[in-house]
Design a protein. Structure first.
Length: 172
């Protein structure tokens, strides 16, 4: 009998004392505390707005003189571009004044000795989209064929700038 009582006490200790006959599946899990955050959102620029409070400029209209200014820019830029015998630094500086910042970067590595065109042979012709006063494509005749010239401007009062030149097909 002593052995049986000792066995029962041992078994009771294994099952957690007074919970004889219950399993962990019979008892609900203890509730875990909800996580809390100490993060406080803040503005990135003190108490100022996230972005500048500026308005986007309206699409420029095609006013009298805009087409002529775009044509002149296309011809003048291509005339400066078409000088393969000019020293590289001088060529780059002269050409850069006609270019957008992106184009200035793109054309900064050009060696003028590799420029195939040497002469503009006529006036520019524009392909105008009346609903887009920010950009226009021009075609300029040259001694190696018609060059495409993409022109952009930032606003009505800004000058036209060359963003990209497209050589005639088969010319590189």
């Amino acid at each position: 009998m002593v052995l049986t009582a000792a066995s029962l006490l041992l078994c009771a200790a294994c099952f957690g004392g007074d919970r004889i006959g219950t399993t962990s599946e019979d008892t609900p899990p203890a509730a875990e505390p909800s996580p809390t955050s100490t993060y406080t959102p803040s503005r990135s620029v003190g108490d100022g707005p996230q972005a500048p409070e500026t308005s986007v400029s309206a699409t420029p209209e095609w006013l009298p003189g805009d087409e002529e200014a775009a044509k002149e820019t296309a011809v003048n830029a291509l005339t400066v571009f078409a000088r393969p015998t000019v020293e590289e630094t001088q060529w780059a500086n002269d050409f850069a004044r006609w270019l957008t910042p992106e184009a200035t970067t793109a054309y900064s590595a050009v060696d003028p000795a590799n420029v195939p065109v040497t002469e503009v042979t006529g006036p520019a012709i524009l392909d105008v989209d009346p609903s887009n006063g920010f950009g226009v494509m021009a075609t300029v005749p040259t001694d190696v064929g018609p060059y495409g010239v993409q022109l952009l401007r930032q606003s009505q009062d800004e000058p036209w700038k060359v963003n990209r030149l497209y050589p005639p097909e088969g010319v590189n």
